[in-house]
Design a protein around this ligand. Sequence first.
Ligand SMILES: *[C@@H]1O[C@H](CO)[C@@H](O)[C@H](O)[C@H]1NC(C)=O
Ligand SMILES: *[C@@H]1O[C@H](CO)[C@@H](O)[C@H](O)[C@H]1NC(C)=O
Ligand SMILES: *[C@@H]1O[C@H](CO)[C@@H](O)[C@H](O)[C@H]1NC(C)=O
Ligand SMILES: *[C@@H]1O[C@H](CO)[C@@H](O)[C@H](O)[C@H]1NC(C)=O
Ligand SMILES: *[C@@H]1O[C@H](CO)[C@@H](O)[C@H](O)[C@H]1NC(C)=O
Ligand SMILES: *[C@@H]1O[C@H](CO)[C@@H](O)[C@H](O)[C@H]1NC(C)=O
Length: 639
Amino acid sequence: MISVLSFPTFLFEVLLWCNIYATDDLIPDQELSATSLLETLNARGTLRTQLQVLAEWNYKTNISEETLKKQLEVSKQIAKENKEDWLQAIKYNWRSFKDPTLRRRFMKYSILGASALPEDKYVALQKIVDDMQAIYSTSKICDFKNPNKCDLSLEPEIVEIMTNSRDPEELKHVWVEWRNKNKVVKDMYKKYVELSNEVARLNNFTDNVQYWLFGYEDSKFRVKIAHVWEDIEPLYLQLHAYVRFKLREFYGENVVMEKGPIPAHLLGNMWAQSWISVLNFTLPYPEQQALDVTKELLKQGYTAKRIFKLAESFFVSLNLSAMTPLFWKKSVLEKPTDGREIVCHASAWDFFDGKDYRIKQCTTIDEKSLKTAHHEMGHIQYYMQYKDQPYIFRDGANPGFHEAVGDVMILSVSSTKHLKRIGLMSRKQPDNDDLELNNLYKIALEKVAFLPYSYVMDLWRWSVFERKTTPKNYNCKWWHYRNTIQGIEPPVNRNEDDFDPAAKYHTVADVSYLRYFVSTVIQFQFHLAACRIAGKYDPNDPQKPLHKCDIYKNKKAGNAIGKMLRMGSSRPWRDAMEVLTGERKINASGLLTYFEPLRKWLENENRKNNVYVGWEKPRTKCIKKGSQRRNLLKKYLNK
Ligand SMILES: *[C@@H]1O[C@H](CO)[C@@H](O)[C@H](O)[C@H]1NC(C)=O
Ligand SMILES: *[C@@H]1O[C@H](CO)[C@@H](O)[C@H](O)[C@H]1NC(C)=O
Ligand SMILES: *[C@@H]1O[C@H](CO)[C@@H](O)[C@H](O)[C@H]1NC(C)=O
Ligand SMILES: *[C@@H]1O[C@H](CO)[C@@H](O)[C@H](O)[C@H]1NC(C)=O
Ligand SMILES: *[C@@H]1O[C@H](CO)[C@@H](O)[C@H](O)[C@H]1NC(C)=O
Ligand SMILES: *[C@@H]1O[C@H](CO)[C@@H](O)[C@H](O)[C@H]1NC(C)=O
């Protein structure tokens, strides 16, 4: 997550790209005065933002009544000041400004965000989101085998069980209990939806969906995303069919149906969003030594700090920036052991002074943390690259860009070649196609499996904000999407007393999810482009397939990436994308090229084993009425 700031300000900077402003035009008076207005507001705005980020950091790294109170106070005050400035700015007839840069600044400026609410409602909205997050972050459940032990947190205990347990009953228990704890926010969520739509309307959007999609600068964006998903779906169906076949072999025919959706608790992840934990018993070539990066990290005595140093060295090898001294001093890279409760969900922070950047992450010594470290550091890298842009342009070209930076690095880091290079895979392991295919499959369990999940997260919320889904069918609509798009089903029946979307951080934390879908697609476009620049990918050379490319130490590729990052959000994202890739569209071809050898293999394997592709009806149901109401009715009928 990145800190989303609602109030843009302005700094005079020499812009890196060519400004198409026609110099022989006279600058209209209003533009001159607009420029000076923004200049005046800037200093106050920057200072304000720093205070706000700090208060939020203090709360999220130390959850308490006191830190929450302080955060709410600060943000209330800032909201008020932001609103005063905003009211001045929107008086300008900026849509008719001649200078496109000035116009763009004002365009961004015209969105105030939640501060547009009246003060009482603003505080109420913030408190709801904070309360929902606090419930999520501090929920504890009881152990399956020892019901008296009720101190299991999501991170690390519950995640550990979901990842490593192979007992379907234990997995079901943890899956259900986690949702039982988090469903209590349903009424808060209803209120949150109302207030969010109100915020959107006050910012001149029809509803919160339009607000969330604003950053993509395309009124047809949802349709385009649907097409991208259509292009990827055939690959997903093959992966889904193969994994279900393997799970059925492992857990037996009574647990996994031949033609049904996959039971959600068996995929090694609380949300079935990454299937990487089922790797070791579903490997295409099990006789090949599995790539166990975690084992190597532990064997070599890696610490949290060393994991982050390793990530940093990759960025530096590309001629991108090293972390600042303050980063190493102020970041929280491990879960504190002094009794503090913190929001463990990893995040990267920009304090907007060009020096202070921080990561908060409850790092564990394993492969997943290694990847998260690269991912979060990608955010920091972006912050550092665009630090010289005017304040309002210090943001991703679109929200998906911000999530993609670190992941582009991970695609190189995950190649067998690179893992050998940095000693996380034995150099003695000979190169061979079976091993490469295992590795590609592993990456698909993470990236390809993730796409329908990330799509569903926002499809559901779009329908909620647009009131096509009301609180009466929140949960069943959720499962409708999960079933039809993702092909999974819950392990037990659900009803409308349950509120399963709330079992996920981004739902309760008010973070849109489309960015992760977009990121997952464009990171392969970026990877392809960087590899081409580095001369490590050539569609006509079988020795240089995309999935084997490692851009490590390639300054030419790194400089091209840096050039795109330095633009921030100063131009529409298509322009930024074009700088690196030469393309102006989001397109699945990078991802499909990368996974092409795997797609061929899966198709062949599924055909050979006569595996059903797709899914029929689920076994479990979602009952539209709440169970309590149903039980009351039953009692009444039994009388
Ligand atoms: C956490 O917050 C409390 C106030 O609630 C404060 O007294 C304490 O010093 C903080 N701890 C840290 C480590 O910042
Ligand atoms: C749990 O606690 C109860 C009451 O203290 C005790 O009777 C029971 O044996 C305990 N169960 C386990 C599994 O430890
Ligand atoms: C897979 O990993 C689990 C725990 O992570 C382990 O218990 C199991 O033995 C492994 N299975 C195989 C087939 O390697
Ligand atoms: C909203 O739109 C109306 C009409 O286009 C305009 O007059 C008003 O200034 C806009 N408000 C904001 C906050 O941009
Ligand atoms: C490294 O990046 C800087 C800009 O950040 C650039 O000026 C320099 O030429 C680059 N070095 C190489 C070797 O490409
Ligand atoms: C994506 O773009 C590439 C080149 O820009 C084009 O050749 C290809 O047809 C597109 N692929 C899809 C799946 O739209």
